[in-house]
Design a protein around this ligand. Structure first.
Ligand code: PEP
Ligand code: CO
Length: 446
């Protein structure tokens, strides 16, 4: 294996990268990015890796979620608090269901770059570069907006830092105090056959918290108010990732300090490709998305490449097969990993394999299929003697209408009311909470 450096990926084929017209500006922006302070620290990264090792051993459950693509405009107090709130609520419901601690990881504070099926987009005989996320260019279809602008890398770092600053303050203060009844908005549950069950779960959670408070008294109060929260994003825009990848004092190796847990997307998981080359050398825990096209040999090679030392908690395999394919595709991949004696975190992304387009041309996903992929994944893991260690959602804390189904029975025709995603459809607040309640019920049943 050739020696690794934060820049060694430049010798490899790098898919999904923008072509910056102005090399000097790119150089200047990356130099600026490289001298700014880190967004996260090596000790936080190590603590997440250790927690993920616990997930792999079955001692905890992983919840990863957030927007498909964050936008710079959404860096607002409401958007951030509502995302954090739904993630915390879901995690509590899952703690109750799984009877295990939940490791919370947002797709947040850096999820700004998107892979696209084509480099170019054509409209009315005009051809422009595709929109690749706010980190790269802007979405309006004009020459100016679509030209990749390297200063957006710096702006993205700044937006990530503003987001993270607020999250850290919230997670450290009373915001996460889920003992307040107004914290739980179960309006939607009235529409569901499961409403009594939901209310019972929430009542039980509240009761347990009160009980713990009585037992623990003042000693426990601070720990109920403070929660650990980690960040993740797809490590797609390699120049951005590289600029924040450094050595830190008193530790070996390099850390990508732009996020705790970068992941390799499905389109850029080639063993010899630039993204795998970059990720193999950083010390962070990493995710790898695996879709229906993944095969046994490819998966084993990937694991050998990114985790030769078999570091506990290093790799989370995020399978996204689709409800229709998970039973045919997943068992073989699980066996391949078992056969080489590796322990990984298995996590299900039930979103990306279940995307459809409505007659009106909107991308959507059905609540029932999303849940079905998780339930089938649980069955496959049970039958294989492995464990579904976590779930990965595209979701938001707001009342958007992007996915159909759920207790309110959103239909295709309702989607245009509040369809805001620029990329993939997300579960809204109610759908996300309901999803957690459904999974928790299932986890409890074993
Ligand atoms: C995503 O997570 O938004 C994504 C693009 O996923 P995948 O690489 O699995 O298609
Ligand atoms: Co997506």
């Amino acid at each position: 294996m050739s020696p690794w450096s934060p820049e060694s990926w430049r010798e490899r084929e790098a898919l999904q990268q923008p072509t910056y017209p102005d090399g000097e500006a790119l150089h200047a922006a990356l130099t600026e990015l490289g001298r700014l302070p880190p967004l996260v620290t090596s000790w936080e990264i190590e603590s997440l890796r250790e927690r993920l090792a616990g997930v792999a051993r079955g001692e905890a459950f992983l919840l990863q979620g957030g927007d498909c693509a964050e936008s710079f405009d959404d860096c607002t107090p409401n958007s951030i608090t509502s995302k954090l709130k739904i993630l915390l609520q879901m995690s509590l419901v899952l703690v109750h269901g799984a009877r295990k601690p939940v490791v919370r990881v947002g797709r947040i504070a850096g999820q700004y770059a998107k892979p696209r099926s084509s480099d170019l987009e054509v409209r009315d005989e005009k051809t422009l570069p595709s929109y690749r996320g706010d980190l790269v260019n802007r979405s309006p279809f004009t020459d100016d907006d679509r030209r990749p602008d390297p200063w957006l890398l710096v702006k993205g770092y700044e937006r990530a830092s503003l987001t993270l600053n607020f999250i850290r303050a919230l997670a450290d203060g009373g915001f996460a105090d889920i003992r307040h009844p107004e914290y739980w908005d179960l309006e939607f549950a009235k529409h569901s056959e499961l409403s009594t069950q939901y209310e019972a779960v929430v009542a039980q959670i509240r009761e347990s918290l009160e009980f713990m408070e009585v037992i623990g008294g003042n000693d426990l109060a601070p720990s109920l108010r403070r929660v650990a929260f980690y960040t993740s994003h797809e490590a797609l825009a390699l120049a951005y990732e590289t600029a924040q990848t450094r050595r830190v004092p008193n530790r070996d190796g390099f850390y990508n300090l732009s996020t705790h847990m970068p992941w390799i997307g499905m389109r850029t998981a080639q063993v010899e490709g630039a993204h795998v080359e970059f990720c193999r050398g950083i010390s962070n825990p990493i995710g790898i998305k695996i879709g229906p096209a993944m095969d046994d040999a490819w998966l084993v090679e990937l694991l050998d490449r990114v985790d030769p030392e078999r570091v506990p908690g290093r790799v989370t395999l995020i399978h996204r097969m689709g409800a229709g394919q998970v039973e045919s595709k997943l068992p073989g991949l699980i066996s391949a990993v078992q056969n080489v004696g590796r322990e990984v975190v298995w996590c299900c992304d039930p979103m990306h394999g279940n995307t459809e387009t409505t007659q009106a041309g909107l991308k959507t996903r059905r609540f029932d299929l999303i849940l079905e992929e998780i339930e089938r994944s649980l069955d496959v893991h049970n039958a294989s003697g492995t464990r579904l260690g976590g779930v990965h959602f595209e979701m938001t804390g707001e009342d958007v209408t992007e996915c159909t189904g759920g207790a309110r029975g959103l239909a295709d025709a309702d989607l245009s009311r509040a369809y805001r995603s620029r990329v993939d459809p997300r579960l809204n607040y109610e759908q996300a909470l309901e999803m957690a309640l459904r999974i928790a019920t299932r986890l409890r049943a074993g």
